[in-house]
Write a protein that binds this ligand. Structure first.
Ligand SMILES: NC(=O)c1ccc[n+]([C@@H]2O[C@H](COP(=O)([O-])OP(=O)(O)OC[C@H]3O[C@@H](n4cnc5c(N)ncnc54)[C@H](OP(=O)(O)O)[C@@H]3O)[C@@H](O)[C@H]2O)c1
Length: 329
């Protein structure tokens, strides 16, 4: 396989027009390093925002796209004892994963179960911990408690459905179109509603007037306010995404008379603030679940790196049936 990478030299505008597949020379691993060949790397909304220049952290240009993924070790440099050729490894977050060959320090790689589906493992680093932490870091929840989320058919939304059920939490899952309802139910969700102006009335009826203390918002705009209207007094809306591209709306009536709080969650901040032990515990748990097939996200399509522009065009479209991932070839 001839080495190829998905590179962009400028930001702004349509992501698929900015990025192109360019050949490069196969790199050699030095002491303490290994050569890794890409197995799979997803295209996430944050990758698109990085290309448009709207994300919270932006790499220097020119840059290689991709923040997460998995690869296979194909060559060992000198003094590498902890990994073997053929080992599946998790690529370090933010290393520019959209390239067929990567030379990386062996100490930065996490060995993964080789029998697990590489497409599922490739989506491990960002969305599963986000879903898990949204359920554990914002509000203290006990089994039997309700949580409401929008964009429930997103990858994060699907992981959240699965992780919440395992913890005995009940979820109200909101999608923006009828055609997305069934896919969320297939992940185990019992209650899936299509967003609309009367959302709060329908949620109250479907949950038996449940006192919901946490809303999880990936959309922003008026959708934030519609989630807030479903909550009990003093509850929290945690915004973690900007899918609508609009500022979160929250009526003064919710803020003043009902004490609703609006907060944000960013995985990057959690990585900065959490201990290595906490990170190992969370990722060990998630790797086990994904390898056992107990935690997964739908895959809409895979594209080879040589077709990265087409892949980005597909990932930018709404109403997908799952994630778009890149493979080496
Ligand atoms: N804060 C963090 O640390 C963090 C970490 C991970 C992810 N995220 C964010 O989480 C969100 C979901 O990520 P993902 O990878 O799970 O997404 P995904 O699988 O690509 O799904 C995208 C979701 O957004 C919906 N959507 C698209 N355009 C929309 C619009 N204009 N208005 C309302 N909904 C819209 C889609 O609905 P349709 O299917 O109907 O198009 C779908 O449910 C993104 O905003 C991402 O940036 C944040």
């Amino acid at each position: 396989m001839n080495p190829i990478k998905a590179q962009y030299d400028e930001r702004g505008g349509a992501p698929h027009k900015l990025i192109k597949a360019v050949p490069f020379d196969k790199p050699e691993p030095g002491a303490g390093e290994v050569l890794v060949e890409l197995l799979a790397a997803p295209i996430n909304p944050s990758d698109l925002l990085t290309l448009t220049g709207d994300y919270g952290v932006l790499p220097d240009l020119p840059a290689i796209g991709g923040n997460e993924g998995v690869g296979k070790v194909t060559e060992l440099g000198a003094e590498v004892n902890e990994l073997e050729v053929g080992q599946t490894v998790l690529l370090p977050i933010g290393c520019g994963t959209w390239r067929s060959h990567l030379v990386l320090p062996a100490k930065d790689l996490i060995a993964l179960p080789g029998q697990a589906d590489p497409l599922q493992l490739a989506m491990l680093t960002i969305n599963p911990p986000t879903a898990a932490l949204l359920l554990s870091e914002v509000v203290d929840l006990a089994p039997g408690d309700w949580v409401i989320q929008n964009a429930a058919n997103s990858a994060v939304g699907g992981y959240l459905v699965q992780l919440a059920a395992e913890r005995g939490l009940k979820t109200v899952n909101v999608v923006r179109r009828e055609s997305a309802v069934e896919s969320v139910k297939q992940l185990g969700a019992e209650l899936v509603l299509v967003d609309g102006p009367d959302l709060a009335e329908r949620v109250a009826e479907a949950t038996g007037q449940a006192k919901i203390r946490l809303a999880i918002d990936a959309v922003g705009g008026a959708a934030t306010d519609r989630l807030a209207a479903c909550l009990t007094g003093g509850a929290t809306v945690a915004n973690y995404g900007m899918m609508s591209g609009e500022s979160c709306q929250l009526s003064p009536a919710h803020l003043i008379f009902r004490g609703i709080k609006l907060t944000g969650f960013w995985l990057a901040s959690w990585f900065e603030q959490s201990s290595p032990a906490d990170q190992q515990q969370l990722f060990g748990d998630l790797i086990g679940k994904i390898a056992a097939g107990k935690l997964s996200a739908p895959v809409a399509a895979t594209y080879p790196l040589s077709e990265v522009s087409e892949a980005l065009r597909a990932a930018s479209r709404g109403e997908r049936d799952g994630k778009i991932l890149l493979t080496a070839e």
